[in-house]
Design a protein around this ligand. Structure first.
Ligand code: D5M
Ligand code: FE
Ligand code: ZN
Length: 552
């Protein structure tokens, strides 16, 4: 494997148990014989160094300046370094920022129509969650001597939209994003139904069997209590009637505006409406078999750290980080953080009263210091959330260069919200989770609630879209592509945002909502949100079993 690219150098170093400053990586990648430079730099670094620095590389290059033998054809793959020392005090240097990001197209609000300029009426609401206590499994074990020898393969990210934003907020883009959503999700349904375009249904004549795939344009109850669901495809709209006494009437409760479904039914005598017999969702096949790691390796799935808030639980965080340095945690090679690294500024009214750090950059500096408590040989992936300093509208691009510079300790993979990341052969769909508020507000308690956030996640999997409803609580940016569609079934779905811990399996996909590191805020108190703070769900990537560790 040639070492010309920085990522290859990072991989080669990781396989030997080293983190490196970005600039050091660049120096190696750009040297005349990267393989030799890497060997020499590793030689030059003291045995107990956690991080390969620019100084190490310079020293190595100075000592061995003439790299004329051609490069070895393959990444060096020595044994992983063992015995990383000094739990919790690794000093990782900041490097220069990754130039790949920088994306801030604005765009939010709601469209005036989808394929046609009709106003999708939007409902929203609030729901007061109630929250019994959370299961706590193993107690924390903190302190302890350090272990090491993790050598995780770097996570492989797909569908990162950082730098891919095309949106300018123009009306046509709303049309474009819905068209893309329709094409991709109707593609999922086409194998199961024989779709008729909305504008040709009427011509089929009264009494005909008919199947339509469309985005839900309207849901109304009729005077006699039946449900009228209007579906829209690229040719027009068609009204579909779900009778209240049918079993499927229960499914109408689950519908969100703008999601893509199919119905099967019979045309009324006047051919002006379909009587619905079945509703189909894009869904996850029941037979889905998730992939697993081929060795015993674990990932910690967390979110909502909220550094900068007076309620940030610094002690719990440090206990968690300390635990990661213990032998018990040596298989925890990945740390996935699903948004809300910091508390942010001006996110909610009166939030300022509860800020511990008022400057957003200072918040990220502080977050970065907390991140340094985590062992240097773990791979970290992070996506932004609604408190982070990126655009609020989803999809949210990964942090910009300045913030990447601040958070460069451990060289984390910083990607968009949502993103799919492959860790040790397991694909994890990471999404912050703002739409969960919406799903919970719109659906009946037994189908989605703050106490069982994973059930709300099941709905998103069923709809194969992380934020179906447009124009409500979740702001969606118009893009040429609908980055929020769940194209491939993930093995694990990881969200946060609602600050409640919950997990479970939906058609064999593990859904995990990961709690938070922030104690109850005044607002949360006022609406009865009792957060699950200070827990770390630990996922076995070889079995997809979960344990939750408590650090409060
Ligand atoms: O939000 C954490 C949870 O609390 C999420 O369910 C939204 C809700 N929340 C928190 N503060 C507010 C305000 N001020 N208005 C409405 N909903 C709120 P997070 O955004 O992750 O802090
Ligand atoms: Fe949060
Ligand atoms: Zn949030």
């Amino acid at each position: 494997m040639p070492l010309e690219t920085s990522s290859r150098v990072v991989q080669a170093l990781a396989s030997r148990g080293y983190n490196a400053e970005r600039e050091a990586v660049t120096l190696i990648a750009e040297s005349e014989a990267p393989d030799r430079a890497l060997e020499a730099a590793v030689e030059a670094a003291p045995d107990d160094a956690l991080v390969l620095t620019v100084a190490h590389v310079r020293e190595a290059l100075a000592a061995d300046p003439v790299p004329d033998p051609p490069a070895v054809d393959g990444a060096p793959d020595g044994p992983a370094r063992d015995g990383v020392a000094d739990a919790g005090t690794d000093e990782l240097a900041d490097g220069s920022a990754d130039p790949s990001a920088a994306d801030d197209a604005a765009g939010s609000g709601r469209s005036d129509g989808r394929f046609s300029p009709e106003d999708p009426s939007v409902s929203s609401g609030t729901s007061a969650p109630n929250s019994p206590d959370v299961p706590a499994e193993s107690p924390p074990e903190t302190g302890g001597s350090a272990v090491g020898g993790r050598s995780p393969e770097p996570p492989v990210v797909s569908n990162d939209m950082t730098g891919q934003s095309t949106g300018t907020g123009a009306y046509e883009e709303f049309v474009g994003v819905f068209r893309d959503r329709y094409e991709r999700l109707s593609g999922q349904l086409r194998g199961r139904v024989n779709h008729r375009p909305a504008d040709s249904v009427e011509a089929m004549g009264g009494g005909a069997d008919v199947e339509i795939i469309g985005l839900v344009n309207d849901i109304r109850s009729t005077a006699s209590g039946h449900w009228l669901v209007e579906l829209e495809d690229t040719t027009g709209t068609f009204p579909c009637l779900v009778m209240k006494d049918r079993d499927i009437a229960d499914l109408v409760d689950e519908l969100l505006l703008d999601e893509c479904i199919a119905v099967s039914g019979t045309l009324a005598d006047d051919a002006g409406i379909v009587f619905v017999d079945a509703i189909h969702f894009p869904d996850v096949p029941r037979t889905y078999r998730p992939s697993t790691a081929d060795r015993h390796v674990q990932a910690a799935l967390i979110s909502d750290v909220h550094v900068g808030s007076q309620e940030f639980l610094a002690d719990a965080w440090s206990r968690f980080a300390d635990w990661l340095h213990t032998e018990e945690a040596e298989r925890v090679e990945y740390l996935l953080i699903a948004g809300d690294m910091v508390e942010g500024v001006g996110v909610y009214p009166n939030q300022d009263d509860e800020l511990d750090i008022v400057d957003i950059y200072d918040q990220y500096e502080a977050f970065s210091e907390y991140l340094k408590e985590v062992p240097g040989d773990m791979e970290i992936v992070m996506i932004p959330g609604n408190h982070d300093a990126v655009r609020l509208a989803e999809p949210q691009p990964g942090f910009d260069e300045e913030l990447r510079g601040i958070m460069s300790a451990h060289d984390p993979q910083i990607v968009s919200n949502p993103a799919v990341v492959d860790v040790a052969g397991v694909s994890v769909l990471m999404y912050h989770g703002v739409s969960l508020d919406e799903v919970i507000a719109e659906l009946p308690e037994e189908k989605a609630s703050y106490d069982e956030p994973h059930r709300a996640m099941y709905q998103l999997l069923k709809k194969r879209h992380v934020a179906p409803q447009f124009g409500g609580k979740t702001r969606v940016a118009p893009e040429e592509r609908d980055f929020l569609v769940i194209d491939e079934v993930p093995d694990v779905f990881h969200t946060g945002h609602v600050h409640k811990l919950g997990w479970g399996k939906y058609h064999n996909v593990l859904a995990v909502n990961s709690g938070c590191w922030q104690a109850q805020t005044d607002f949360q108190k006022s609406v009865n949100i009792d957060p699950d703070a200070g827990y770390a769900p630990i996922l076995d990537l070889d079995t997809l079993d979960m344990t939750v560790r408590k650090f409060v």
